[in-house]
Design a protein around this ligand. Structure first.
Ligand code: CU
Length: 256
């Protein structure tokens, strides 16, 4: 489902420079003759990332039964995972297995990330390993907490590169039910407000439609930026009859 949503967005937004699959290498490791290479569209960062995996044996795409992953952050006192799904054949390029991972913290003094993987070979034997990854901090991710301490992770999914004029406005929302469990929040309501501060106490909003639930934690709307420059967008989440503390995204919109 996530892949379908992504594909739909790519087709709709002809202003999007990365709608063609252009990948950069992130990291790779060889275990028992299998080389596992991770690619992505940009450097990995907090919020939603599409991960593209290539598994090779003797320089050719390996014939395997399955490939599964688990992203883990080691924080010394504890370890935790993050919202993610398992790789499936990419619809954009079938040479890759593709999945999405929403990294909830950047790498740094707090801890380090790695993605553990398991390959099931055709004979049923398994090969496992891990790939360290570096997660940069980005403006596209934030979180908010309810009074009874339930945490909600809010990812700014689209536009990844906001431009003046019309953009798909898509958020992705998850919660946490354990250190390894981060389910999508499917039936929340969002209240958003884009604003441009023009200085001297004046400012303005712009045309937009409120993102609505599309399943799998995706909330889709549209935004039409009337100007390039620095914008903020506040997001208020109403989940389980609870209105959560407002969060704010701040980013710059490029002239088209
Ligand atoms: Cu962490």
């Amino acid at each position: 489902m996530a892949v379908l949503v992504f594909a739909a967005i790519s087709c709709d937004s002809n202003n999007n420079a990365d709608s063609d699959l252009e990948l950069i290498p992130v990291n790779s490791v060889t275990v028992n003759g299998y080389t596992v290479s991770l690619h992505a569209q940009t450097e990995l960062e907090t919020g939603a990332n599409h991960l593209y995996w290539e598994i090779e044996e003797d320089g050719k795409t390996a014939d395997i039964q399955s490939f599964t992953i688990t992203p883990m952050m080691d924080m010394g006192q504890m370890m935790h995972s993050t919202p993610f799904n398992q790789p499936v054949t990419s619809e954009e390029d079938e040479d890759y297995l593709e999945n999405m991972a929403v990294f909830i913290m950047p790498s740094g003094e707090m801890g380090s990330w790695s993605i553990t993987f398991e390959i099931t070979k055709m004979d049923g034997e398994t090969v496992s390993g891990e790939l360290p990854v570096e997660i940069a901090s980005s403006w596209k991710f934030t979180s908010t907490r309810s009074e009874n301490d339930k945490v909600y992770y809010i990812s700014w999914y689209s536009p990844r590169k906001p431009v003046s004029g019309n953009n798909e406005l898509v958020f992705l929302i998850h919660t946490r039910t354990g250190m390894m469990n981060f389910p999508a929040v499917e039936n929340a309501e969002l209240s958003v407000y884009p604003y441009m501060d023009m200085g001297g106490g004046s400012g303005h909003s712009t045309d937009y439609t409120t993102p609505v639930a599309m399943g799998d934690g995706f909330y889709e709307g549209e935004i039409n930026y009337s100007m390039s420059g620095v914008w903020t967008t506040s997001v208020e989440l109403i989940a389980e009859n609870d209105t959560l503390p407002e969060v704010m995204f701040e980013y710059s919109v490029q002239a088209k």
